[in-house]
Write a protein that binds this ligand. Structure first.
Ligand SMILES: Nc1nc2c(c(=O)[nH]1)N[C@H]1C(S)=C(S)[C@@H](COP(=O)(O)OP(=O)(O)OC[C@H]3O[C@@H](n4cnc5c(=O)[nH]c(N)nc54)[C@H](O)[C@@H]3O)O[C@H]1N2
Ligand SMILES: Nc1nc2c(c(=O)[nH]1)N[C@H]1C(S)=C(S)[C@@H](COP(=O)(O)OP(=O)(O)OC[C@H]3O[C@@H](n4cnc5c(=O)[nH]c(N)nc54)[C@H](O)[C@@H]3O)O[C@H]1N2
Ligand SMILES: [Mo]
Length: 776
């Protein structure tokens, strides 16, 4: 079950290329891999009348490549089409206590869940339960509960149709407790962008990549997390666009790429350089970095004015379209280069060099990911990106814009159709009229609120539409025991994960169809839809045979749940059965609630490349309070929210190339040269030496928060020398989540600050060790 002989070797090849084909083969020909069905389905991935990839949310082009998928998308497809089954016989063989000792990988690799199950405390096992009985149990617990004590979590994969129904279910039940994986992810974007540019989403469309001449990227790992984005990047690089990356780690995808779809490149090993320049900013150093870039732009603008040359700032745009530039300019003029250099870890000369490139580019795209959002000052990070874009008018014109790269394939869409704990973001009056009920108006619980509620006992029921909440959320060590106090833990899922093993007084595990599978309702194969990172809506049509006869679709499960847990007069507010019989009717309902966003939804469902929702900032309309785009002066230069001190490191938690969030496909982090284990800490060689450690020595990480009495440690890790700035260390998520207290989250957006966690590095130690293969 475990892989032995861990090895650590620097990776020199480009992203993509033969390495990705080999990596795919490892998965495509493994025990449970459906090779023929797999290759049939891969050709339908991200195509018109095919299915939308279940991995990342990157845009899908109107004219797809023959193979419009990447290594990691293909792994996700193979994972869903797994031929292994987690059935009643599997659960009869293993107690829950035993399964709790298994690693994340070992649980999920058992295959697809195929029968509804209920936890039986006497035998400490999951036992079969009928669908009717499962819904009846949920109804018994939830009908007696005060509505505010139940939480309806969604992981960002479920379709627009399911998500719309699910959000309505929560509101009919009586709360806005709709936390989403987005709360742990791009919520800093959803809070920061509206304040700066009036919309919660990026402004870039795929075609903008054809017209840009500069791309700045901050804290995103394209080669692993959105590999299909390497195609537009490669094309931009070949056209001569300048691409500049800021990341504490040298991520291979931003360095070089060999396109597996180009036979000549594959034959010759030719690769395309992606970034012209790469700067290892300190974790949490981006506000300072961007202040430096902005200050250097101002200096260039001063010089241009002195010499009578064209202005560097887009003064026409700033005057007409923005607010707050004077205060921002004053802040820049007061900036101190020694502070900027110390906090960013980069030299003034380098920063000025990049500013020079940005100043000359006609149209620039600014890309970012979790490296900016998952910090105490993550919202400031996002707003600094906006500041930089606004200075040169890089919003709302072709080839320019802000490009947050979202995570789960429909995480953005879930928010669009009402999954939000923030009632002000949802057209509640429209819902009230459409469904003749009074929706709850109080703010609901987000991820942080849910964790706090589980810890203090105020949350009594958790309903999970996908995901692995307890594993993805912070403070794992405290959340896991508290989970057992829940009256109900109900999970709708495709694969077994650790969260399912945390059992409350009633625990239900309900298996659902995945998006690749055929979903026949009322004799007709149904389609669903998703929204990608660039706000384009796509149809998704599954044709693979379902993993088992007992599986139900997510819309069918949500509808049955609604009928089971709502009082009859409430359940009657929405046509649940009609919706399940024909998902097109759900799309009509979505259009009725959001007429501007989803005009002619069913008619446009199959638009090649998807149809874009209208985004005001794209047209230079600013839906902020002032009616203008807002410059913003951050309060601090350092995004971490804690002081530096001797012996305190900034831990950034990252994903490997062999995982999708908490789904660990295997132990091969190819680009980082780590094979066979995940129990590693990547450290600067000088830090290893200064601590008197040997390379590869066993260490423990201990959380180091001022005034925090709780002991939070992860042991059994190995210190590996790596190219990373001094004082920063990197290790894997979710293994390191016990180190993050629930209080360590972004101000305002509440995104857990997993990219800068203060820790001490302790030699040896006997703290709890994450399950999984040990370093050799
Ligand atoms: N194959 C695969 N694809 C995925 C996922 C997956 O797990 N596997 N997850 C999906 C999800 S839900 C999401 S949200 C996205 C996540 O995709 P990303 O946004 O790429 O997220 P991470 O892998 O967490 O890492 C972000 C990057 O930020 C860098 N970084 C860390 N701290 C800082 C900092 O302070 N400043 C800067 N400039 N950089 C920093 C890290 O080195 C890393 O390269 O990917 C999605 N796609
Ligand atoms: N320290 C640290 N913590 C993090 C992060 C980090 O970078 N560092 N990243 C955060 C981010 S960006 C995110 S998005 C969260 C992820 O948090 P989640 O979205 O909650 O977690 P996943 O690992 O994506 O969920 C995997 C599970 O989803 C279920 N599943 C898969 N497909 C389907 C489906 O089609 N339907 C249903 N119903 N279930 C399905 C499977 O059972 C699988 O076990 O984690 C966050 N936590
Ligand atoms: Mo995410």
């Amino acid at each position: 079950m475990t892989e032995s002989h861990p090895t650590f070797t620097p990776y020199k090849a480009p992203a993509g290329g033969w390495g990705s084909v080999r990596s795919l083969l490892r998965h495509g020909t493994g025990d449970g891999a459906p090779t023929i069905e797999g290759s049939r389905q891969l050709q339908r991935q991200n195509k018109i009348d095919g299915f939308a990839c279940v991995s990342c949310s990157w845009a899908k082009p109107a004219e797809p490549h023959t193979f419009e998928f990447c290594e990691n998308g293909a792994k996700a497809t193979m994972w869903e089409l797994d031929t292994r089954r987690v059935d009643a016989a599997f659960f009869a063989e293993h107690t829950v206590s035993e399964l709790l000792t298994w690693a994340d990988h070992d649980l999920e690799v058992q295959g697809r869940l195929v029968e509804p199950m209920r936890y039986d405390a006497d035998s400490d096992r999951y036992v079969p339960v009928s669908w009717d009985e499962a819904f009846a149990i949920a109804g018994r617990v939830l009908r007696d509960m005060a509505p505010e004590r139940a939480v309806f979590y969604a992981s960002g994969r479920a379709s627009l149709e399911t998500s719309y129904m699910y959000a309505l279910l929560a509101r009919l039940y009586g709360n806005n407790n709709l936390p989403d994986s987005s709360n742990m992810c791009h919520e800093s974007t959803s809070v920061g962008l509206p304040r700066s540019i009036g919309v919660p989403v990026g402004t870039v469309l795929l075609e903008d990549f054809e017209h840009c001449d500069c791309i700045l990227s901050f804290g995103q790992n394209v080669g692993v997390n959105s590999p299909r984005m390497l195609h537009p990047l490669q094309e931009a690089a070949r056209r001569g666009a300048e691409i500049i990356t800021f990341n504490p780690l040298y991520e291979r995808g931003w360095e070089r790429f060999t396109n597996p779809q180009e036979p000549l490149a594959m034959a010759t090993g030719a690769s395309t350089r992606i970034s012209n320049a790469y700067f290892p900013v300190r974790a949490g150093g981006d506000i300072a970095l961007m202040q430096g870039l902005a200050r250097a732009l101002l200096d260039l603008d001063d010089a241009a004015q002195d010499e009578g040359r064209a202005r560097v700032l887009d003064v026409g745009f700033i005057d007409t379209h923005t607010n707050g530039f004077e205060a921002f300019e004053a802040w820049l003029r007061a900036a101190d280069w020694s502070d900027i250099e110390r906090e960013s870890g980069l030299s003034r000369a380098d920063i000025e060099g990049v500013a020079g490139v940005y100043a000359q580019a006609e149209s620039s795209i600014l890309i970012y990911g979790m490296g900016l959002t998952q910090h105490r000052h993550g919202v400031d990070n996002v707003r600094m990106v906006c500041n930089l874009a606004l200075m040169r008018g890089n919003v709302g014109r072709p080839g320019a814009g802000i490009c947050p790269v979202r995570g789960h394939s429909n995480v953005q869409g879930q928010r669009t159709v009402g999954i939000s704990e923030k009632p002000e973001l949802v057209p509640l009056d429209t819902l009230a009229a459409q469904y003749s009920f009074e929706p709850p108006r109080e703010k609901g619980l987000d991820t942080i609120g849910t964790v706090e509620g589980i810890l203090d006992g105020s949350v009594e029921a958790f309903i999970g539409l996908g995901g692995n909440f307890s594993r993805a959320a912070p403070d794992t060590g405290r959340v896991e025991p508290a989970w057992r106090g829940l009256a109900l833990s109900l999970q709708i899922a495709t694969h077994l994960n650790r969260n399912h093993l945390l059992c409350g007084r009633e625990t239900l595990l309900l298996p659902c169809l995945g998006r690749i599978e055929e979903d026949v309702q009322n004799g007709v194969a149904q389609r669903v839809s998703i929204e990608d990172s660039t706000t384009c809506i796509h149809a998704s049509f599954g044709t693979s045979p379902p993993a088992g006869p007992m599986l139900r679709s997510e819309p069918a499960i949500v509808a049955a749940l609604a009928q089971a847990i709502l009082p009859p007069e409430r359940a009657a507010c929405a046509p649940w059965q009609e919706w399940v019989d024909d998902y097109a009717r759900v799309r009509d309902a979505i259009e009725a609630t959001y007429p501007d966003q989803f005009r002619d939804f069913n008619a446009r469902l199959h638009t090649p490349g998807g149809f874009p929702r209208p985004v005001a900032a794209r047209e230079r309309r600013w839906t902020t309070d002032s009616g203008k785009a807002e410059f913003h002066v951050p309060e601090v230069l350092c995004a971490t929210g804690f002081e530096d001190k001797a012996g305190r490191y900034r831990l950034l938690t990252v994903r490997s190339n062999d995982q999708f969030n908490t789904t660990v496909y295997g132990y091969h982090d190819r680009f980082r040269g780590i094979d066979g284990t995940r129990r590693v800490v990547l450290m600067n060689a000088d830090d290893i030496a200064e601590l008197g450690l040997d390379d590869g020595e066993q260490i423990t990480l201990a959380a180091d928060f001022d005034g925090d009495a709780e002991v939070r440690e992860v042991g059994g890790l190995r210190a590996i020398p790596y190219r990373i700035p001094r004082g920063c260390i990197a290790a894997y998520y979710p293994e390191c989540n016990p180190l993050i207290p629930v209080s360590h989250h972004a101000i305002d957006s509440h995104v857990p600050a997993g990219k800068s966690v203060p820790v001490r590095v302790v030699r040896g130690g006997n703290a709890p060790v994450p399950p999984g293969p040990a370093p050799g």
